[in-house]
Write a protein that binds this ligand. Structure first.
Ligand code: ADP
Ligand code: MG
Length: 339
């Protein structure tokens, strides 16, 4: 048995980064979430070659102070929580202080940022976890971050990526979800020099859904707005006539965070039980708002897996919200037919 030794910091960083950054779309998710937390009103995402060679995220959020730029890239450095107690009531998208450190470990990054009120902003370059440049410069308020050559120093990860087009599609789906979870923010997505998506940021989920999934889908949606035991469920579900062959259009947010939840999925499908053909699936865009103390988002670094303190009330709230919406929609339809 060889001697047991502590890993070099650079190796430990690569291992830790691997948990947060699986593919280009994970970078987009993390960085756009930072823009959301920074209070941005406009977020632009630009990618080339499925994001593998180039990704750029521009926001008009609060920016980072020049002196704090290196700190932002340290692991476990965050402005969002202070104490262990803060972990029980998380309302920001980020809080682990790991994203920038992780991306910086496995890519080449250039960040430009300026806080409102500062005359000059900063330019910070970091590659494979090593600072290359830090200088002041003029730039707009907010943050622009460019990521080049993702996984250039981890060939195993690079090899495991899919073709550009598939990676680009993962990113498009990620941007869509972020846009749907924040209809009050205007999102623009540019893929290989073509602007492919834009939401207005007017605050309406329906107009965001139109921009993301098309008018035909949006026009078929049934509104949901329901509260049960302090759990609010709002958004849209598809008409039972609008069947899908897969669950790919079931989108759930908890406190505006995109999550995967078998409980929510089961509740949705139970509500459609008698109105949809076997083997078909409903679509939805539902946000579940509940007290942050009753949900643990700190289960996995990617934060799409969460744990509800109590599953049953969440199931019930989603089930009755959807059931109620479907019954109302059917009543409305009958009413129109009678008139
Ligand atoms: P976390 O989001 O968990 O705090 P990150 O590594 O993603 O950790 O970011 C570290 C810190 O850098 C954040 O807490 C925030 O203060 C700052 N930051 C990152 N991105 C932005 C941005 N786009 N605008 C303003 N501040 C940012
Ligand atoms: Mg973050």
């Amino acid at each position: 048995m060889p001697e047991i030794r502590l890993l070099d910091k650079s190796v430990a960083e690569l291992i830790a980064a691997g948990e947060v950054i699986e593919r280009p779309s994970s970078v987009i998710k993390e960085l756009v979430e930072n823009s959301i937390d920074a209070g941005a009103r406009h977020i632009t995402v630009e990618i080339k070659h499925g994001g593998i060679s180039y990704m750029r995220i521009t926001d008009d959020g609060c920016g980072i102070a020049y002196a704090q730029m290196p700190t932002a890239f340290l692991r476990h450095a965050t402005s969002k929580i202070r104490t262990g107690d803060d972990l029980t009531g998380i309302m920001t998208m980020g809080f682990r202080g790991e994203a920038l450190a992780s991306v910086a470990a496995v890519a080449k990054i250039e960040m430009m940022s300026r806080q409102d009120g500062d005359e000059l902003g900063g330019r910070y370059i970091i590659e494979g976890g090593e600072e290359k440049e830090h200088e002041s410069c003029g730039c707009p308020t907010g943050t622009t971050i460019v990521i080049k050559e993702l996984f250039y120093n981890t060939p195993a990860r690079l090899k495991f990526l899919k073709k550009d087009i598939s990676e680009g599609n993962f990113i498009a789906a990620t941007v869509d979800r972020l846009a749907l979870s924040h209809p009050d923010i205007s999102f623009r997505f540019i893929r290989d020099n073509k602007s492919v998506r834009m939401t207005s940021g007017d605050g309406s989920l329906l107009s965001a859904a139109k921009a993301v999934s098309g008018r035909q889908f949006a026009d078929s949606l049934i509104p949901v707005d329901f509260s049960l035991n302090g759990i609010d469920v709002s958004g849209y579900v598809s008409s039972p006539l609008f069947c899908r062959n897969s669950r790919s259009m079931q989108t759930f947010f908890v406190n505006t965070r995109y999550i995967k939840s078998t409980t929510c999925m089961a509740a949705l499908e139970e509500a459609y039980r008698n109105s949809m053909m076997v083997g078909k699936f409903p679509a939805c865009i539902l946000n579940i708002s509940l007290s942050p103390e009753t949900v643990d988002v700190n289960v996995h670094p990617a934060k799409t897996e969460i744990r509800f303190a109590y599953e049953k009330p969440v199931f019930d709230a989603v089930y009755f919200a959807v059931k109620n919406a479907l019954v109302n929609a059917a009543d409305d339809k009958r009413q129109i037919e009678l008139e």
